[in-house]
Design a protein around this ligand. Sequence first.
Ligand code: AMP
Length: 397
Amino acid sequence: MNILVINCGSSSLKYQLIDSESENVLAKGLAERIGIDGSRLTHTPAGRDKVVIEQPMPDHKEAVRLVIEALVDAEHGVIASLEEIGAVGHRVVHGGEKFNKAVKIDASVIRDIEELSSLAPLHNPANLIGIRACEDNMPGVPQVAVFDTAFHQTMPKKAYMYGLPYEYYEKYKVRRYGFHGTSHDFVSARAAEVLGKKREDLKIIVCHLGNGASISAVKNGVCVDTSMGLTPLEGLIMGTRSGDLDPAILSFICEKENLSPVQMNDVLNKKSGVYGLSDYVSSDFRDLSAAAESGNECAKMALETYCYRVAKYIGSYTMAMQGVDVIAFTAGIGENSGDVKTGVCEYLKFMGVEVIPEKVNERGKEQIISTPDSKVTVMVVPTDEELSIARQTLELL
Ligand code: AMP
């Protein structure tokens, strides 16, 4: 069965068509600037050149229609007709406390995702638009919602509660939820598989280091702690997001700079992280590493601060799990940046972690990067959230 995986943003829509038997990606693409001037669809059939279709997309319904048109196109299509799409799997960002696993979408699931929008106002409404656009274009094709938060629902209360008045939890469900759950689940499962062990027998720390970054502690197959919180702003320093802060900084800066809470939120999400910390050199680690190498002190400091924060989280999750067997790096930075992995693993030497420098510096390859004698196995496991969504969609049907 072919499964269409959709990741819908407010003005964009990413897709992959995956053959669930071979797990091959038949085609993938991105619709951009939906509802804005200059909208375009970039469609890449597997093994062939990408095509760019510049056409107005006033809304997501039109974007999905164009995606289907591209998939069945005589020239750059990969299927003969819409009937060859057996199901659609949607990435949905916030499942709150309601969803601890993927679900088949019906009217009540849509209502629940809508209700959870107050917890993810930028994401859940966009995800819903994608769901409705697919329903309109593919009536009768089963749709599944896969939640970014679901894998973390096994966290114990002591890990997800904040030191705030309990009434905020009761009234507004203010607690830590965690994100990137599909990736943490996929990578921890794959790490165990590569090692020929059962995930249930392992203590695994997954470092998902991409533009957004989070880290999780997976003990005996379930998540016991993770670094992102009520929103994806907490935890590690990210590309442009601040991560953990003294909460009193917010009112302090708002007063000094005369910022509204909304403007402050914008600073924390878009102008902070290694981008802000490096005095706006870049949010991209390739640029940061190059700048640091050519002597930029701010870029160097941003990289050092980034690695230190990751290492501190590894330390605290080792304590939380009373040990660690495997540390797995994933996502753009985790898979590719030798500088970051080297910087983080320096701190782990005291616990007997020994890595092989040549392997640490190799890019994008699934492999063990620690020595056979290392007390903890350190690995790179490329993540594949789309494949995981396709698998979960198939499993439900
Ligand atoms: P992701 O969000 O997982 O797609 O990760 C994107 C980030 O990965 C980029 O912003 C870069 O900082 C980082 N990245 C990608 N390729 C490399 C590379 N070759 N070396 C260092 N960092 C990289």
